[in-house]
Design a protein around this ligand. Structure first.
Ligand SMILES: *[C@@H]1O[C@H](CO)[C@@H](O)[C@H](O)[C@H]1NC(C)=O
Ligand SMILES: *[C@@H]1O[C@H](CO)[C@@H](O)[C@H](O)[C@H]1NC(C)=O
Ligand SMILES: *[C@@H]1O[C@H](CO)[C@@H](O)[C@H](O)[C@H]1NC(C)=O
Length: 737
């Protein structure tokens, strides 16, 4: 069914000046059909406005001319009324943000509860719960777990294992029209709302011109994805800004209504209750007010917006996060993002490494959020440099993102409450970089799972005891594949592995129903081969272990018994020590045990099949957690990693079966996909650059960043528009003709 689209005319010099479109509210549906209700409401208001318009116009004029101290950030009513702009009114459900109830945590003698370290000037209530305290888990399972019958063979021997069928992805674009009047007004008002002493006030007085420019990128970004990925598109979701209803419009909607931006090229007549459609691909518009927790008003901070993406209602397990400067150059396959057989595909740039230390006052721009996030990861998983996440289309696992937020709820809420990204900012804690946090969290959870499996699951005693026998057995396994380097040291060279060999991957993908195979993507490393950053150090290319790598180029490491096994008496302490406190021990153990497992699979890490946590089953009532996981703590120090500590709440008593289910949650591959990152700078450069991009016939992922120099705007704009139009000429059905 189509909604009739009522038009509300703001009576100014131009008769059809602004159009306001009521859309299906996504919350309470009035008993009367919403379409009837809103259209009659708007028609009545429209008529009233027409009647009172001349008087209003005069009043505004008098106020502007004679009231000298008209604030410079007041909304320019004249300008608003003469715009040809459509907005989308929508109703925000009453949302009160209540911090999760934190259960009392046992306080060991050495533990002092962390003091909330940050108080924002924004009047929000989320800060009552202390940071670093885990809330009760609200974990989301993956919808396509590995089938029971092959999960063991998969992890032990590298046998292909997958839930059959090709995945479908939601694509989420974040987009803001910087030229929009309400956007500019909201921004000025927000800037003025900060106290001059507030460190979170925006650091730039104005908005750079480039934010106001629009080369119609979004429309073509949509087209490029429709052209290159249609069979795997579940939905297109456009996440846009919203504003309080301006009094100038006098719609007198109730306070729970806000106006949201929509792209002005969208064909309003084609809207249905389910949104828009192009063929069988739906397009829905969603608004910041619907996903922010907490929402403190129109937000201009991309880090804040990204931190809330996991809250989109009904978002697919794996979704692709897009910006309007990203395009797909050629047809892509799911293998670029996620497949049931290989897990999520992460794209890094190890030429840029983020240090583990918290940001300082000298840390600038993007490095602040990245530094903060790597500092958080380092507190949880051990300190190390971690690679930059490529700025291209990014795939996100919704279950993993909710797990990350479960661990760091305060950091997410804090970022959400910051309206601006370019702030003066205290050095720390900064906003988080959600995409960096998410990608590395998967890699680190996978590493943690392997080491836990081997130390606690396989070698530690059932009651967590660890003694000289355990030391001896563990060291025998590590040193078996090493070369004695003198003293208590051995040197280990990684073994060749077949997991991501191209032919093997192509066959497995096709078997699993992915007819297009890998497309242009190749896999550099799999979690089924150990730890991706072992041997990465301070950067450089990823160390690969495929059979084509020369023996001498395989990563090596040295491990010392005295250094890595200094006499802890509990398995969980040995684990924390090698995994986090002295992470090079853990890295080298993984390299050695992967090699000891042979060319495929990770058998050496796994506990024997007969290990049962039997004695507790009678005592513990069934409070089984459906999703097995290691501790959800923000600092490894605070976690109980003992066998009983982690498996106690699980219905599963078999240690190996439980471990396999943990490992499968964090499967990943490091991918490499032909990509280009370019900038719009000046006329000559743009002409040459666009030509070059056209000649790269293999390039799958394209990013073209707008950084046009002063004076070149009017010449660059037509060049770039023409290029986009030539490259993606077919309009989507939702575009206005
Ligand atoms: C802001 O905080 C004060 C107390 O801290 C409270 O009285 C007031 O109601 C709050 N305002 C809003 C809009 O939440
Ligand atoms: C809005 O409309 C109402 C009538 O519906 C009128 O009484 C009021 O003065 C108007 N307000 C403004 C600011 O135009
Ligand atoms: C952005 O806003 C400006 C000013 O309202 C408008 O002219 C333009 O069409 C908008 N762009 C899009 C893509 O909606």
């Amino acid at each position: 069914m189509r909604l009739s689209v009522p038009r509300l005319n703001i009576p100014r010099s131009r008769p059809d000046s602004a159009i306001y479109l009521p859309l299906t509210p996504w919350a309470a549906t009035p008993s009367k059909s919403f379409a009837e209700y809103s259209s009659s409401l708007l028609r009545r208001r429209g008529t009233l406005l027409i009647l009172f318009a001349p008087a209003l116009a005069l009043l505004f004029y008098v106020v502007r001319v004679y009231v000298g101290d008209w604030d410079d950030y007041e909304l320019d009513y004249d300008a608003l009324a003469s715009l040809h702009t459509s907005y989308m009114p929508f109703q925000v459900p009453t949302q009160t943000y209540t911090p999760p109830v934190v259960p009392p945590i046992p306080t060991p003698p050495s533990y002092s509860p962390p003091v909330p370290s940050f108080v924002s000037s924004q009047n929000v209530t989320y800060q009552v719960f202390p940071e670093d305290t885990p809330p009760p888990p609200t974990l989301r399972p993956h919808s396509d777990p590995l089938p029971q019958e092959c999960i063991d063979a998969h992890f032990a021997q590298g046998v292909p294992c997958f839930a059959p069928g090709a995945p479908k992805f939601d694509f989420v674009w974040t987009w803001v029209n910087g030229s929009d009047l309400l956007e500019q007004h909201a921004k000025k008002a927000a800037m003025h709302s900060y106290d001059s002493k507030d460190p979170w006030r925006p650091s730039t007085a104005g908005t750079p011109d480039r934010m106001y420019r629009d080369h119609d990128e979004l429309r073509h970004s949509f087209r490029s994805v429709l052209a290159s990925f249609r069979p795997y598109l579940n939905r297109i979701l456009l996440l846009t800004s919203d504003f309080p209803e301006p009094a100038a419009l006098n719609l007198t909607l109730s306070a729970s209504w806000r106006l949201s931006q929509i792209p002005q090229w969208l064909d309003l007549a084609q809207q249905t209750r389910a949104g828009w459609k192009d063929g069988d691909v739906p397009l829905n518009i969603i608004h910041h007010a619907e996903i922010f927790r907490p929402y403190v008003g129109t937000n201009f901070n991309s880090l804040a917006i990204e931190s809330q993406l996991g809250h989109v209602k009904g978002i697919s397990d794996h979704f692709v996060y897009m910006n309007d400067d990203l395009y797909f150059g050629i047809p892509l396959q799911p293998a670029t993002f996620y497949t049931p057989a290989y897990g999520i595909v992460l794209h890094f740039d190890p030429g840029l490494m983020v240090p583990p230390d918290p940001p300082t006052v000298l840390t600038k721009g993007e490095w602040r959020g990245m530094g903060e996030s790597n500092y958080m990861l380092s507190q949880r998983f051990g300190a190390r440099h971690r690679p930059y996440v490529m700025h291209q289309a990014k795939v996100v696992s919704a279950p993993i993102l909710s797990e990350v937020e479960t661990i760091w709820p305060a950091a997410f809420a804090r970022s959400a409450s910051h309206l601006f990204r370019e702030t003066v900012g205290p050095a720390t804690p900064s906003d988080i970089n959600t995409m960096l946090l998410h990608a590395h969290f998967i890699v680190e959870r996978a590493r943690e799972g392997l080491l836990w499996s081997w130390v606690v699951g396989k070698h530690g005693a059932m009651d967590d005891r660890w003694g000289v026998d355990e030391d001896r057995r563990a060291w025998a396994e590590v040193s078996a594949v090493g070369v004695n380097a003198g003293g208590s040291e051995v040197t280990v060279r990684a073994g060749h592995r077949y997991t991501v060999e191209r032919e093997r991957v192509e066959n497995t993908l096709r078997e699993s129903g992915m007819d297009g195979g890998m497309g242009k993507t190749s896999y550099l490393f799999s979690s089924l081969d150990g730890y991706a950053y072992a041997g990465l150090g301070l950067g450089g290319p990823f160390k690969q272990v495929t059979p084509d790598v020369a023996e001498d180029d395989l990563p090596t490491c040295t491990i010392s018994f005295d250094e890595c096994f200094p006499g802890y008496s509990r398995a969980s302490d040995v684990f924390k020590y090698v995994a986090f406190e002295n992470p090079q021990c853990g890295d080298c153990i993984i390299t050695a045990l992967s090699r000891a497992s042979g060319p495929l699979g990770l058998s050496t890490f796994l506990p024997p099949a007969e290990r049962q946590l039997a004695d507790l089953s009678a005592k513990i009532p069934d409070r089984s957690e459906p999703i097995p996981h290691l501790p959800l703590v923000a600092r490894y120090d605070d976690g109980d990693f003992s066998l009983r500590g982690v498996m106690g709440a699980s219905g599963e008593r078999n240690v190996r079966a439980w471990t396999l289910r943990v490992l499968q949650r964090y499967r990943y591959v490091v991918g490499s996909t032909p990509a280009v990152f370019e900038m719009l700078l000046d006329t000559n450069q743009v002409a040459a650059m666009l030509q070059r991009v056209n000649e790269m016939s293999d390039t799958a992922l394209i990013c073209i960043n707008d950084d046009v120099q002063k004076g070149h705007e009017t010449t660059v704009a037509p060049l770039f528009s023409e290029w986009q139009e030539n490259r993606w000429p077919s309009p989507a059905e939702w575009e206005r003709q």
